[in-house]
Design a protein around this ligand. Sequence first.
Ligand SMILES: NC(=O)c1ccc[n+]([C@@H]2O[C@H](COP(=O)([O-])OP(=O)(O)OC[C@H]3O[C@@H](n4cnc5c(N)ncnc54)[C@H](OP(=O)(O)O)[C@@H]3O)[C@@H](O)[C@H]2O)c1
Length: 288
Amino acid sequence: MNILLTGASGFIGRALTTALSAAGHLIKPVCRSEGVDFNQMLSVEHWLPLLEDVDAVVNCVGIIGEHGGQQFTVLHTQAPSALFRACAHAGVRRVLQISALGADETAFSAYHLSKRSADNCLRSLDLDWFVLRPSLIYGPGGKSADLFMRMATLPWIPVIGNGQQTLQPVHISDVVLTVMKSLTSPVAKQTLDIVGPDTVTFAEWLQTMRTARGLPRARMAHIPFWMAMAAAYVGRYFNPMLQPENLRMLQRGYRADFTPLVTFLGRHPQTASAALFFSQSLPARRAS
Ligand SMILES: NC(=O)c1ccc[n+]([C@@H]2O[C@H](COP(=O)([O-])OP(=O)(O)OC[C@H]3O[C@@H](n4cnc5c(N)ncnc54)[C@H](OP(=O)(O)O)[C@@H]3O)[C@@H](O)[C@H]2O)c1
């Protein structure tokens, strides 16, 4: 297949490029370093030239916090919606959207709401669409995974309040496998939550990461929510991930039933183990 892959230089995009190329697909990468800025791709006409000879589209562009000219409405909603409409126009039927767990009717953050708008646009089109909603993804090279690993190796692990916020982390290889299956699945028009098999607390997740590093369990530094929020208001100027709204999402906690994913993949998603934190262990299969 010829696959237009947006966000090809990112964490998910790089893992997909490796796996899809190994499986014999041809990747047309889209990101700013390839000369395509989503901020300039807001109409169907902008996208049509890029869709020539394309069999499928996977959209992996996203930001975790707004900064500079990078805004949720443009990057998560307007440019992807124009891309999806262009696919309908050009007859590129298979379109996969990497959304996020929580981009549903309960969404309250600008991050989730902007994702949900694009998801709904895709669902409204007569295409063989997939809306894939991963939870926190771990594996080498992920921005949030790297930040959490850095936090986990501190002598005292900082957590918000009691650290009991719920997570359902999923390994990058399960995200890759879900994308690969979505590209060829005979049953399309599906929304799938890509979640791991285990629900853990934030505190326990950081201890697990610590163990993966070969370090003993550490004590927790319990930061009151209000203090963490105050720190985030300052921290966001240094790291876009440190947004007050991201803390609210962490505090809210997200989990989902993983049985639809098991049915779709034909196997369970992977249980977190020390080795997986440093491995992509991607499936390598030839395209038919
Ligand atoms: N990682 C996770 O845990 C996780 C979990 C759930 C959902 N997701 C979603 O999955 C998607 C990808 O996540 P990721 O972890 O791979 O993110 P990432 O590593 O930050 O990659 C983001 C990608 O978006 C591209 N991009 C950013 N701004 C752009 C622009 N203006 N024009 C064109 N491309 C632009 C980046 O390329 P350049 O900077 O080179 O342009 C990069 O390729 C996001 O939508 C994210 O919300 C991720």
